[in-house]
Design a protein around this ligand. Sequence first.
Ligand code: UT7
Length: 321
Amino acid sequence: MIHARITGTGSYLPPLCLSNDDLVARGIDTSDEWVVGRTGIRTRHFARDDQSCSDLALEAAKNALAAAGRAVNEVDLVILATSTPDYIFPSTAAILQKKLGMANDAAVFDMQAVCSGFVYALATAEKFIRSGSHKCALVIGSEVFSHILNWDDRTTCVLFGDGAGAVVLEASDTPGILATALHADGRYSDILSVPGSVSGGKVTGSPFLQMDGQAVFKFAVRVLGEVAVEVCKAAGIATSEVDWVIPHQANVRILQATAKRLDLPMEKVVVTVAEHGNTSAASVPLALDLAVRDGRIRPGQRLLLQGVGGGFTWGAVLLTF
Ligand code: UT7
């Protein structure tokens, strides 16, 4: 039986790091007290004007490949999760393929599931690997949400940041990914959206992110709890047997409420939202890489990765690292 196993992780944060007070100094009508109290966010990183989604993805991908000890031309599948692609087309994955110098005709495509994008991409890559069609996948979440923030909307612009995270997922004789679950409910597509499109040379609708924060909050807490139970059940383990939960990082209060629902201590939850803000599809692989590199996550441990976001989409991947 072919299994799919993570063999390397990597990430990248652009150097510009702004605190809540920096946002106030730039004219945003907010306060450090409000943002920390309601979300736990203290800082976030923003890309330079000349850095695109593929540039951030490139650095994260190079770090993950180095950690896995793989050369670029050993990769036969690239799935890049993003809602802030470089262009309408080609895919950001194809642009990344060029920037990486890949020349082996690998299959590459983008995944659009907003903040659940990385979990969707990882679960998809697992199916490719387990089918035997592909052997070495690069799975990336990369975002420049600063491009779609409305700086006149304080209810959203203080929440998000830019960054990228990546993993190498390879065929293996021993189990890595144990269970996956992906879900969506399009009836909630309007509670978090960028409802714009390009047509006739113009943007129609809005090019900015808009969100019903309280509706998203309630939805996220419910489905993150449900999907955790679902994948643990599918793998035949109790949620208490998970070593680390790595959820999408939107709001520390969502993480606390989810941990409480699952009766898990916060010590088992990797939390990066304070430093990174919400980096959408990048948040889970960024948090994973951070906890791998600082030594918290060790080989053989059980990890629960969870995503939730626009669509509405949600999902989880349970794995042995
Ligand atoms: O990746 C998934 C996407 N995002 C999320 O998961 C976010 C989910 N939602 C949330 O995290 C929370 O709903 C928010 C952090 C967005 C908002 O927190 P809340 O506790 O739901 O606040 P609220 O929207 O009810 O607003 C409370 C007050 C309002 O003032 P009034 O009407 O009570 O006078 C807002 O105008 O806070 C005000 N407010 C702010 N004040 C200072 C809203 N944004 C800000 C701000 N600074 N940035």
